[in-house]
Each structure stands twice: as C-alpha cells, then as structure tokens.
Design a protein around this ligand. Structure first.
Ligand SMILES: [Zn+2]
Length: 417
C-alpha cells in the first residue's frame, strides 16, 4: 500500500512530487525499484524470464511460455503511474494511496518490452523478510512445537459440521493441522463413511496397500500389528513408503469400555528439537544414518506386497525445517544396510530419542464421534492395550490424505479465490 500526503498544488507539480518517490534504474545486472520508502532489487535475468505479457506468459494456465536465454540485458527502465488513480484531495493535501496499477516498464536488448505491476513485484521481492514471510505464511505454515505439557493448549478442537459446512471452518482446521500437527474434530456422525467424507471435503483419499479406508479393530488373524488388541507403541504410519501419506484421519466409531484403548501421542519435531539441544551428536546420527523400513503382507485377498524405503529417522525440507519423522518398531527391517561401525552408535542415539519421547508422550481417550486428525510425517501415535467383549468391540476407521492436496485447497481458501 502506498499512502502519502503531498501539499496541494497544480497537477503537474503533484506528478513530479510523486514521481520523485518512485524510481526504477539499472544497476549492473540488476534493476533497482524504489517505491515509497522501500527499495527492491531484481536480477535482470529473472525479470526477463518472468515477463507477464501474452507472448511470454499464458494467462489461462498461469504458466510461463517464454524460453529462457542468457545474455538478455535491460536497456531502459521507466516507471509508469496513473496520477488519477487513488488520489483524494483533502483541504490542503493531496492524498495518494493504493496505486496498484503502478508499473515498471523495461525495454530489453532482444527487442522485447515488459511491464511489471508494482504489487506483483513487491510480492516477489528478494529481501530476506519477504522470502521468509512467503515460506512461513503461504508455502508451508510455520510449525509450533509442543511437549506433553502443551498438548491440551495446542490441540485445537473443531465441530464436524463447521468443518464440513463452512469454508472458514475447513480452512481453520487445515491451519491447525499445519501449525500444530494435530487437531480434534468433535460430534461427527456414527457412520462408516465419516472419515471418507472429511477427506473428500478436502480433496481425495490417499490409497495404500491397506485400502482407501482401514478399520482398526482386533482381528483374529491380523496382518498388521495395529490389528491386535495389544498396546501399540508410538509410531508414524507407513515409513516404508517413499511417498508416505501426510495426514491420518482416525474416526472413533466405537470406543472400548475397558480402561484401555487410550490414545498416545507426541510431537516428534519437538522431541527431535529437544534431542538436538541435549545431545547434538545423537541428533546428527539420527538425521544422517538411513534406516531400512519395510512391510511385507497381503491385504483384502490381494497379491501381496513387500515395501521397502531407506531413510533416516529425522528429515528436513529444502529450507532446513523438519518435514518427516520415521519411527515404527514393527516396521523397521532386520536388514540395516549401513556400515558395520554405524550400527551401534545408531542404536545408542535412538535410545536417547526414546528417553525424551517417553517424557513428552501424552495420553487421552478418544470419545465416540471424535476424529483424531494429525500430521503423519510429524506426530507419533499409538494406544494402550484393551479388552473387547461380545457387546463392545473397539473400532477406529481411518483414511489418509496427502499434504499436497491439503495445502492446494488451503491456499485457494486463504487467497479467497
Ligand atoms: Zn513478454
């Protein structure tokens, strides 16, 4: 937003005054744009590559069509603005504001002319603050870590109807998941399609070897450790997939009446952060040494599968932020394809992580109709053992979603498109 009071004076004079606040100039391989009190610097090669004209950019698909060349140089730059836009005369002052149609024009040595809207340029400013803002507020929301003590405060609760029925409800739930990695949804209908409906509200279900929906209940010939009534230690699901599902939506269809069946959860990013402070060497080992994760089985009368993925326990994205934790006792392979001398230090480092994890694990019991939704790349989950009886069989119905789908939807809602 550009807002400034200028002494009331003849039109031409006002123009000159505003003009002096807006400048664009060539500086070696860059173009400098000074606007209000802000100074922005853009590489010429980037500007030419991002020309917005119909010859270089296809509006319908919002895609670049310009074919990048080196050696293109800016020959002339100029600022254009419309004096009539946004000007308000108040007594002795001329208030100029919201000049969104201000633009920088560049004539290139390849006989092309580009026009860049100033607002568009501002959003792509290369300053560290602007880049960080884009990464933390639009690319991927900045995480807020939580330990055992903070869980109640950071695990936000939503109403099923609010998330299903309003875009604001949907957006806020997705934001809570992105920031805290966990959120509860209350008062959902006791229907087997509830978790599916929630996934469909966002986009579409992520299918795995266990189907589109999976029922977690004690099964007589269980093919997966989760399908036993024994305690299920903290883990992330499907660490043996390269494309591990990003979110887990667990609908509590029937809860056990026994004292067991309690949910366990912990923020593994926070646990990793504590390990980094307490024991940097162990932390480094867990970020570097690849572990073999595996799953062998067959489900629903299928052909059978043998999944393997090698990856450290603690992983980062391109900006150095935590983006994936792998942890699962049953699904860690006996194959450990690292150098012999790396094995014992790895176990010792893993034990250090487990010690912190025990301190930061929270326990609560899901109620029927609640959905526990969480980031499967970050939040560990498990449960205490329980006893079914003839009239009460604990039954959780789960589906997965991918972060690509969640974020794609969230950005549209955030932009108000
Ligand atoms: Zn162009």
């Amino acid at each position: 937003m550009f807002a400034r009071f200028l002494p009331r004076s003849p039109h031409a004079e006002i123009y000159t005054q505003i003009r002096s606040l807006l400048t664009a100039s060539i500086e070696s391989q860059y173009v400098r744009v000074n606007h209000d009190e802000k100074s922005m610097k853009f590489p010429q090669i980037w500007l030419r590559d991002n020309c917005c004209c119909p010859e270089c950019f296809h509006e319908g698909t919002q895609s670049r069509i310009y074919k990048f060349k080196v050696g293109v140089r800016a020959e002339r730059v100029s600022f254009s603005l419309s004096i009539c836009h946004g000007g308000v005369i108040t007594q002795n002052y001329y208030q100029v504001q919201a000049l969104d149609d201000k633009s920088v024009q560049i004539e290139w040595n390849d006989r092309h002319t580009s026009v860049y809207n100033l607002k568009w340029l501002g959003e792509r400013d290369f300053s560290p603050e602007n880049r960080q803002k884009y990464i933390d507020e639009f690319y991927r929301l900045k995480h807020v870590f939580w330990g055992k003590e903070d869980f109640k405060k950071e695990c936000k609760e939503f109403e099923f109807d609010e998330v299903m029925g309003t875009n604001e409800g949907l957006r806020k739930w997705m934001e809570a998941l992105a920031i805290y990695g966990v959120a509860l949804i209350n008062n959902s209908p006791k229907e087997k399609t509830t978790a599916r409906r929630l996934a469909d509200r966002v986009g579409f279900i992520r299918k795995t070897h266990y189907g589109e929906e999976f029922s977690v209940m004690s099964k007589p010939d269980a093919k997966n450790y989760a399908y036993l009534s024994a305690p299920l230690p903290l883990h992330t699901d499907l660490p043996y997939y390269e494309y591990k599902p990003g979110l887990n939506l667990l609908h509590c269809f029937t809860q056990s009446e026994s004292s067991g069946g309690q949910s366990l959860t912990a923020d593994a990013f926070y646990v990793a952060e504590r390990l980094k402070q307490k024991d940097p060497k162990s932390y480094e080992i867990l970020t570097k040494v690849p572990v073999d994760w595996n799953d062998i089985g067959s489900e629903g009368g299928g052909e059978g599968f043998h999944s393997i993925y090698r990856s450290p326990m603690i992983n980062f994205d391109a900006d150095g932020r935590y983006n994936r934790i792998n942890l699962s006792i049953p699904q860690r392979d006996s194959h450990f394809t690292v150098k012999l001398e790396e094995v014992i230090p790895w176990y010792e480092a893993y034990w250090k992580l487990i010690e912190i994890l025990k301190e930061e694990t929270t326990t609560f019991k899901l109620k029927e109709g609640q959905l526990l939704t969480f980031n499967n790349l970050r939040v560990l989950h498990g449960r205490t053992g329980y006893d079914d009886n003839e009239t009460n069989v604990r039954h959780i119905i789960g589906v997965y979603l991918d972060w690509d789908i969640v974020y794609a939807r969230w950005r549209v809602l955030k932009s108000g498109k």
